[in-house]
Design a protein around this ligand. Structure first.
Ligand code: SAH
Ligand code: SF4
Ligand code: F3S
Length: 436
């Protein structure tokens, strides 16, 4: 029998791409592929791409260029581009890089088996449709193999918000929610395979409407799965944080006290130009209500600096918002004009000014992150151990607050939630000792 064909997938962008890559791999394993960790010996290379900023998108072309030698050495090698660049650029990708055999957009992954057969017969395959059917109904069933203690699960995809800077509504399409019973059975399946923590994913996950009780309803339903110990969700839009979800943060033990709640800017003028449909005050009010429900909740956020028209005053409003809210962790980006979005038509801020603002904002956010980590020292947290640490005898896992925590612990504690006292804070993680 011939050796099984080897599949190498490289993932860029957000957690949804991580989830999609897993599902694409499972689909192709069902076609007889096996996994490989390197492009060098692959028979199929799939890049699962991100279009959110120019740098992310352009990186794909330089990456593809590097495969020229591999293709010369193995004429049977097939190269595919999936994800949001595939959706946004379609056939243009093959025009710019003729090495590419296959281009598949995020809503067409269930077509991969036919597309794979087509490229094996020497043809090119391209699919960037937004079909009516739910791709998840047609993807291969997840295999029963054991897996690590944490998993992502996509429950909602697409976005109808049309923030003026963002490509997601174009690359992922309109907002669609998966029915709660399907999500539930996928979650049960994951838990049977060893998963103890599930992060529910959606571009606007709190706009989820596949359960009559919204995202909170889904969370309560999933919390009934006995061996599922932790539930998280990401990413939320401030305007979709309803009362039931806020309340769940106070009353649902399995829902972790961590919330990624991007605000993008602290200036009302810029928020309006961004079409965010909320103000800085409405965000402050929301944060107050959430913290009332769950005082120890750790907040995370996303910020864009240098949006067209952003003045020094607008930027200082953003710094002020950050000081006022206090983030445990956050991401910040320099605005990148994306083709086809309304903001791309506007005059951009001087790149040197934008860079200086980014540096200043990042310094403040890093300071807050370190302060939040330092505040953990001496506290007892619960850690879900995920794997062996780098040091002999150590395990690494995450606290309720999503801090990475190392502790000396026996291997059988992988997959268990264990009480740990934090004894030290380092740059990107904490160390602790088991509480016995
Ligand atoms: N759906 C999520 C985030 C999607 S993209 C939400 O609404 O919050 C992740 C982050 O990338 C955004 O929150 C934003 O901060 C950033 N981003 C999106 N488009 C961008 C652009 N054109 N330039 C710079 N950053 C951008
Ligand atoms: Fe993009 Fe805005 Fe939708 Fe988030 S809410 S995905 S930033 S358009
Ligand atoms: Fe990027 Fe698409 Fe995610 S543009 S951030 S991979 S939704």
């Amino acid at each position: 029998m011939a050796d099984a064909k080897k599949l190498f997938i490289k993932t860029y962008g957000c957690q949804m791409n991580v989830y999609d890559s897993e599902r694409m791999a499972e689909t192709l394993w069902a076609q007889g592929y096996v996994h490989t960790d390197t492009a060098d010996d692959a028979d199929m290379i799939l890049l699962n791409t991100c279009h959110i900023r120019e740098k992310a998108a352009e990186k794909i072309y330089s990456e593809l260029g590097k495969f020229k030698g591999l293709k010369a050495a193995n004429p049977n090698l097939k190269i595919g581009v999936a994800g949001c660049v595939a959706q946004a650029e379609g056939a243009e990708i093959i025009r710019r890089q003729p090495l590419v055999d296959l281009v598949v957009g995020p809503q067409s992954y269930h077509k991969l088996p036919q597309m794979e057969a087509s490229v094996q017969s020497g043809k090119r395959a391209l699919d960037t449709d937004f079909p009516e059917e739910d791709k998840f109904d047609h993807l291969a069933k997840r295999p029963k193999a054991k897996r690590g203690p944490t998993a992502f699960l996509t429950v909602q995809e697409g976005c109808d918000k049309f923030c003026a800077f963002c490509v997601v509504p174009y690359t992922r399409g309109a907002e669609v929610s998966r029915p709660a019973d399907r999500v539930f059975s996928e979650a049960v399946d994951l838990v049977e395979r060893g998963v103890r923590e599930i992060t529910l994913l959606g571009q606007n996950v709190n706009a989820y409407h596949g359960h009559p009780g919204g995202l909170a309803g889904l969370i309560w339903q999933l919390s009934e799965i006995l061996d599922l110990e932790r539930i998280r969700f990401t990413t939320s839009h401030p305007n979709d944080m309803d009362d039931a979800l806020i309340e769940a943060h106070g009353t649902c033990d399995k829902l972790m006290p961590y919330l990624h709640l991007p605000v993008q800017s602290g200036s009302d003028r810029i928020l309006k130009a961004m079409n965010r449909k909320h103000t800085r005050d409405s965000y402050f009010n929301l944060v107050d209500r959430i913290r009332k429900a769950r005082p120890d909740l750790l907040l995370s956020g996303d910020f864009i600096v240098g949006f067209p028209g952003e003045t020094d005053q607008d930027f200082s409003d953003t710094l002020d918002l950050v000081r006022h809210v206090g983030y445990g962790q956050a991401y910040s980006f320099k605005y990148s004009a994306r083709p086809g979005t309304p903001a791309a038509e506007k005059d951009s801020v001087d790149p040197a000014v934008a860079s200086a603002r980014l540096q200043e904002l990042q310094a403040l956010l890093t300071e807050q992150q370190y302060a939040a980590q330092a505040a953990m020292v001496g506290r007892e947290v619960k850690v879900l151990f995920e794997k062996k640490g780098r040091r002999e005898g150590q395990l690494i896992g995450k606290s309720e607050y999503l801090h990475a925590v190392h502790a000396v612990a026996p291997d059988h504690m992988v997959g268990k939630v264990v009480r740990v006292r934090i004894i030290n804070d380092m740059t990107n993680s904490l160390t602790g000792e088991l509480v016995v």
